[in-house]
Design a protein around this ligand. Structure first.
Ligand SMILES: NC(=O)c1ccc[n+]([C@@H]2O[C@H](COP(=O)([O-])OP(=O)(O)OC[C@H]3O[C@@H](n4cnc5c(N)ncnc54)[C@H](O)[C@@H]3O)[C@@H](O)[C@H]2O)c1
Ligand SMILES: O=C(O)C[C@H](O)C(=O)O
Length: 308
């Protein structure tokens, strides 16, 4: 499996590192527009290979897409991250142009590639790729829900004072500070609903902390997060590479599912060798359905700023 990562910044390098450490890809190409930057990151990462025990070959490229030819999966992390006090939506002006150019350059050299969109505002960037590339919808996947769910589990474990491996939970909806829908009613500790152990107020706090997870880290770091985003992407790429049919909430193009049309937003999907193998429909409570509709309104508002 050949994987390309566009953007050798914080998230791109973390994606490349986790993919290599998990040792399922033969080759990872990291591409950046900044002269020599991807080459440097690739060399540094390759010098961890004997220490971390992986055989994946990582190469770095400055903006030469011919070197990405024949990629099975490509991850788009190019673009600016937010600074403290900003929303992800404010990044649209710069990132839309970058994501549009990058996706078309990738496709020129890898017509069969599966694209994973990471750049923010991610649901809108995923929609942009859908509208501008004409790729079948199974081959365009937005990464947000896998990360938000990992943060949800972190917050649940904290509230339960439990090991994270005891906890399960999922976040659907838009990848934004207000649009995420943590499915608290479905969350479990060892198959027991967490509502058995946590008060409504504590669960509401877990939900709120999850939704602002990215903003909290941005405030602490001065830029947005990269370890958990890279780990989330690497798990999704592994599910595709190993045809795992594993369930992740991903931003997918909807045609009626969850009562939504012509939008990319986070819903549970199965990831396998064809990308999105299936959109999984789950029964939502009335309150969750309403939150999902509200979240979609927010994503549509950002989508309306695109010039398609
Ligand atoms: N979807 C998510 O869950 C999620 C998580 C974290 C970050 N993000 C987003 O990912 C993006 C990257 O974040 P980061 O922290 O890695 O930023 P960063 O600034 O560290 O890295 C971005 C890189 O993109 C490169 N770049 C810019 N334009 C390019 C182009 N046209 N072609 C190739 N490379 C180009 C830059 O040179 C830079 O190295 C941001 O938009 C951020 O908001 C999304
Ligand atoms: O918070 C951000 O802006 C980056 C990313 O979307 C995240 O959730 O970490």
């Amino acid at each position: 499996m050949k994987v390309t990562v566009v953007g050798a910044g914080a998230v791109g390098a973390s994606c490349a590192e986790y993919i290599a450490i998990k040792n399922f890809a033969s080759e990872v190409v990291v591409l950046d527009i900044k002269e020599g930057f991807a080459e440097g990151k690739a060399m540094d990462l390759m010098q961890t290979a004997s220490l971390n025990g992986f055989d994946t070959k990582i190469t770095g490229i400055t903006n030469d897409y011919s070197k990405t030819a024949g990629s099975d999966v490509a991850i788009i992390t190019s673009g600016i991250p937010r600074k403290p006090g900003m929303t992800r939506e404010e990044l649209i002006g710069i990132n839309a142009g970058i994501v549009k150019t990058v996706s078309s350059s990738l496709l020129e050299h890898s017509p069969n590639v599966i694209l994973i969109v990471v750049s923010n505002p991610m649901d809108t960037m995923t929609y942009l790729v859908h509208k501008t590339t004409g790729l079948p919808k199974n081959r365009i996947i937005g990464m947000g829900g896998a990360l938000d769910s990992a943060r949800f589990k972190y917050r649940l474990a904290e509230a339960l004072e439990a090991p994270i491996s005891d906890v399960d939970g999922m976040v659907i909806g838009g990848h934004s500070d207000t649009g995420m829908v943590p499915l608290t009613a479905h969350a479990t500790r060892n198959s027991i609903k967490v509502s058995e152990f946590l008060s409504e107020e504590r669960l509401a706090q877990v939900s709120e902390d999850t939704k602002v997870g990215g903003a909290t880290l941005t405030k602490l770091l001065g830029t947005s997060a990269w370890y958990a985003p890279g780990a989330a992407v690497s798990s999704m790429v592994q599910a595709i590479a190993c045809d795992q049919k594993k369930m992740f909430p991903c931003s997918a193009f909807l045609e009626g599912e969850y009562g939504l049309n012509d939008i990319c937003i986070g819903v549970p999907v199965l990831l396998g060798k064809n990308g999105i193998e299936k959109i999984v429909k789950i029964d939502l409570a009335e309150a969750e359905k309403a939150k999902m509709q509200e979240s979609a309104e927010g994503v549509r508002k950002t989508n309306s700023l695109l010039t398609l």
